[in-house]
Design a protein around this ligand. Structure first.
Ligand code: PSV
Ligand code: MN
Length: 388
């Protein structure tokens, strides 16, 4: 059995992955949103489910909220509820993609009233952050256009800069703004923040408290995402990850499920660039579980990240360095692949047990009967869904 050194175990012990509240709601595609028994009916139940994931893995100490989906009367109360269950409230996600006013843009809109409304929504999100104790405001914008000539792309960038500046100016000393990019959807001809370069250009001109958020599902097929990770770390602007997997588009599937090697390569660059367990670089999931149960779906996800982190930490950096300097292409590749092919699961299971955690969190959760209890208890009310 491969053993993991105390140094590697120390690094793994420090790992925390934020869960998205929306992963616990029902979700699907534009064709159908599926339901599962025991789905939460409000933000309190979503947080209780996220806390379960942490209980079984010790990997998920915080939960991200989406506003307005997770609006509650008292954020102080929601915060106490979370803390009572051993988790913190994390990133606040704004939402400018479901209001009729935003059909042609929000932070980029040419109509001052609509742009003001979108900026104000973000200021409200920062008020919520003050109450929840959240550090990060995550902004993803659905805006863009569908047809060439439809809009003035240049003027939209200028308005975006002005809107972001107004939001940035309201941030507290310990708060940050992370700007997420996405190359397409729901706009198809042009997107106002399509790539890391645009996000970087926008946040760089705001200041130190503005960073880029990299969602692994938001790139064209074949993109070398680990290169982007390397570059943003090099520039000191990688604020956070939204982890998930894609086969075709923005699939939001379980991280590491479609291409574990890609996840390994990404985490290797995080380690290489000093981003692991670095408070400046938040690890988050941004996923939906359309057909599988959500709590075990999230347990599987954080375990995938942990397993690939362990493998990335196993890369023999000295041997890699020597091979690279000698231009020994095959040796360098072999060092890299040796780590990737190492099965760390038995060592991780043993280590979990030594920390009072289940050796196999998936099996332990399945055997606990918790899923069946939720199904029996959570009857009546309206199940939360992606988008509420
Ligand atoms: C958009 O596709 C996105 O990745 C953003 O992070 C949103 O906040 C999230 O999905 C949920 O809609
Ligand atoms: Mn995302």
């Amino acid at each position: 059995m491969t053993t993991l050194s105390p140094e590697i175990l120390d690094q793994l012990a420090g790992q925390g992955i934020e869960l998205p509240s929306w992963a616990f709601g029902n979700s699907g595609t534009r064709f159908r949103v599926w339901t599962t028994e025991g789905t939460p009916r409000d933000p309190y139940e979503k947080i209780a489910d996220a806390a379960k994931v942490n209980e079984y893995t010790a990997l998920a100490p915080s939960v991200a909220l989406h506003i307005p989906w997770d609006k509650v009367d008292s954020y102080d109360d929601l915060r106490s509820h979370a803390e009572g269950l051993g988790v913190a409230l994390g990133t606040i996600n704004s939402n400018t993609f479901q209001d009729e006013d935003y059909k042609f843009g929000a932070l980029t809109h040419h109509d001052d009233r609509i742009r003001r409304k979108a900026v104000d929504h973000h200021l409200e999100c920062i008020d919520i952050m003050d109450a929840t104790g959240s550090r990060d405001l995550k902004i993803w914008l659905a805006e863009g256009s569908n047809y060439p000539g439809q809009t003035d792309m240049r003027a939209r960038q200028d308005r975006l800069q002005d809107s972001l500046q107004q939001i940035y100016d309201r941030l507290g000393d310990d708060q940050r703004l992370v700007l997420e990019y996405k190359f397409f959807e729901p706009s198809f001809y042009h997107t106002d923040v399509p790539d890391w370069g645009t996000s970087y250009a926008q946040v760089a001109s705001l200041g130190d408290k503005a960073m880029v958020c990299l969602d692994t599902g938001h790139h064209a097929p074949g993109t070398n995402i680990e290169f982007i990770v390397m570059q943003l770390l090099r520039l000191g602007k990688l604020g956070s990850f939204d982890f998930n997997s894609r086969f075709y588009a923005d699939d939001d599937l379980i991280v590491g499920a479609a291409d574990p090697f890609q996840l390994f390569r990404i985490v290797f660059e995080v380690v290489r660039g000093g981003g692991l367990n670095n408070p400046d670089v938040a690890f988050m999931l941004d996923q939906c579980h359309n057909v599988e149960d959500k709590i075990p779906g999230q347990i599987r996800s954080v375990l995938n990240v942990q397993e690939m982190t362990a493998r990335a930490l196993l890369v023999d950096r000295e041997a890699l360095d020597v091979a690279q300097r000698e231009n020994d292409v095959l040796a360098a590749n072999a060092v890299f692949m040796d780590a990737f092919y190492t099965d760390v699961r038995p060592a991780l299971a043993q280590w979990r047990e030594s920390r009072g955690l289940p050796a196999d969190p998936m099996a332990a959760y399945a055997a606990s009967g918790h899923q069946q209890r939720l199904a029996a208890e959570r009857v009546g009310g309206t199940q939360a869904g992606w988008g509420a």
